[in-house]
Write a protein that binds this ligand. Structure first.
Ligand SMILES: [Mg+2]
Ligand SMILES: [Zn+2]
Length: 215
């Protein structure tokens, strides 16, 4: 049966949250202040993003190089992608980060995956977020990934892999969930079944078990 495998980028495919990471590196004081406001529930994830990148005047090339040099991809991606090819599973990245940073990062690692994400512009006035225009969600009240993942799936079953706040709503909606960190805590609390993962061997094995095929 054809399936969509929607993979979050930050803290999931990449072993760090790359947006937090470069914001904390280039504009640490603003990062801390805005992160605390988000943690207190005062601002949305989209506002958090916009405010944290705003003071950064590094170039796109500098930020991409910084990420390539300092952020790793979790192990097991090549084996997972081979498994997906063999079993009619389309792997895509659905992220609340920036596609123009992810594409060169992925290319540097030899991957060419479809990316559904926001974009960001660079300049002497700072970085500006270009939101992808996700619809405001009836269920969680913010512009989340749920409807977009449903659209991409186009009737196929959905497996979702994620780690954090941007994943909660879309992960709830998936047929098969892989979770770590705060996403795992959330699904646990809300009573949704999920498989824990720390790398993409775990995801491949979980998919193989769910499909009843060899990993
Ligand atoms: Mg994440
Ligand atoms: Zn939602």
């Amino acid at each position: 049966m054809p399936m969509l495998l929607a993979i979050d980028f930050d803290g999931t495919l990449a072993d760090k949250d790359t947006v937090d990471w470069f914001c904390a590196h280039y504009a640490p004081a603003v990062f801390e202040e805005v992160d605390a406001a988000f943690a207190r529930g005062e601002i949305t994830l989209d506002e958090t993003l916009a405010r944290q990148v705003a003071p950064i005047t590094a170039t796109e090339e500098e930020v991409v190089s910084f990420l390539i040099d300092t952020v790793s991809i979790r192990p097991g991606v090549p084996e997972l992608l081979d498994f997906c090819d063999a079993h009619d599973i389309e792997a895509v990245i659905v992220s609340s980060g920036f596609d123009n940073l992810m594409h060169p990062y992925l290319q540097a690692h030899g991957y060419d995956l479809p990316v559904y994400a926001h974009s960001v512009t660079f300049g002497p006035e700072g970085m500006r977020v270009q939101l992808r225009g996700r619809a405001e969600c009836d269920l969680c009240g913010v512009a989340c990934k749920r409807a977009e993942v449903r659209d991409i799936a186009a009737g196929r079953s959905i497996a979702y892999v994620g780690d954090g706040p941007s994943d909660l709503c879309a992960a709830e909606d998936a047929d098969l969930r892989f979770a770590r960190a705060s996403l795992a805590e959330h699904l646990e609390q809300e009573g949704y079944a999920y498989l824990p993962f720390e790398n993409f061997h775990d995801v491949r094995l979980g998919l193989a078990t769910a499909l009843g095929v060899a990993p």
